[in-house]
Design a protein around this ligand. Sequence first.
Ligand SMILES: NC(=O)C1=CN([C@@H]2O[C@H](COP(=O)(O)OP(=O)(O)OC[C@H]3O[C@@H](n4cnc5c(N)ncnc54)[C@H](OP(=O)(O)O)[C@@H]3O)[C@@H](O)[C@H]2O)C=CC1
Ligand SMILES: CC(=O)N[C@@H](CCC(=O)OP(=O)(O)O)C(=O)O
Length: 330
Amino acid sequence: MDIAIVGASGYAGGDLIRLLLTHSQANLVCATSRKLAGTPVTKDHIHLKNLIDLDYTNPSVDKIDADFAFLAVPHTAAMQYAPRLKERGIKTVDLSADYRLPQDIYEKTYGVKHTAYFKAPYGIPELHRKDIRGADFVANPGCFPTGATLAAAPVADLAAQIIYDSKSGVSGAGDSVSETTHYPNVDENIAPYKITAHRHLPEMKQEAAFLKSSAKIYFTPHLLPAIRGIITTAHILFKKPVTEGEVQKRYESFYKNEPFIRLQTAKLGGVRGSNFCDINFELEADGTRLVAVSAIDNLVKGASGQAVQNMNIMCGFAETDGLRMPGMFP
Ligand SMILES: NC(=O)C1=CN([C@@H]2O[C@H](COP(=O)(O)OP(=O)(O)OC[C@H]3O[C@@H](n4cnc5c(N)ncnc54)[C@H](OP(=O)(O)O)[C@@H]3O)[C@@H](O)[C@H]2O)C=CC1
Ligand SMILES: CC(=O)N[C@@H](CCC(=O)OP(=O)(O)O)C(=O)O
């Protein structure tokens, strides 16, 4: 299947290429970058040298001759390409935030007008596989909402409050340089940011509602001195005390047969470079609070890996194709 990546020079675009190189059905025919058009993809993605022979082109949706497209561009840029890809019958996964939320909530959260809105399934396969299967366009979730939602999903309906405390590696901010991501500001440091009002909170609330949870949702992210990975500690405060047996049974049955969820100690070292989400949990002695911890690689299960997983479901391929790589430890 011929594939195009719009925004292939970014971090998510680079990881899409890395994963697609091992996919049995994928043939990358188009990789766009406005800054690097006309130069080899390996000019900036030096880790892909000898594995791919393709030049970047300028993004032009009408010139994309492919069966499937990934939009790995910033929010507001994706909406410039999405409708035309849809019209042309090119199945697409959008990694940006442009189609993750209802239009009014998107516009309020991002402070911009959506100029090309349509509804799309939200691409967490463990929750929305049925809708993704028949879709021609899927909105890939944000990295924080993926790790957070997966940590709490099996018991979310029992909760009165859920507090997500997340720590992310710096690649979550993309490849552009900023004061926040400047090395001396990150190394030997852990800093909270957007402490009560991060733009991913509405996605977390949306998924809690989908899970029939009436819980009040809170979220605070932190920046870690690491490149990849997100650890989320979810404090799930129950309406009524629960038992350990009930919690164990819920997690085991919710994630039974899920190829990328592993119920084991969540550490960045266990998932880095892979599409796995590791989850472990511990119940407060009086049964009132569950602390569930998840670990994902923000660029894989939090972005490009989940996007390939969605492509596999949309196209009827094996769900794990291109995604069987283990984590990298140490
Ligand atoms: N980094 C992460 O962990 C995650 C990222 N995402 C989402 O994935 C998308 C890509 O993120 P990331 O790779 O980190 O970002 P980067 O900033 O690293 O890369 C952005 C890419 O988009 C291209 N681009 C920028 N503006 C436009 C435009 N107007 N039209 C066409 N191409 C454009 C850039 O190349 P050029 O400017 O040369 O054209 C580059 O290839 C974003 O929407 C992000 O929110 C989602 C989950 C996690
Ligand atoms: C460390 C860091 O800066 N992370 C980004 C989230 C990255 C991501 O998944 O977000 P979108 O796809 O919604 O852009 C942030 O906090 O804004």
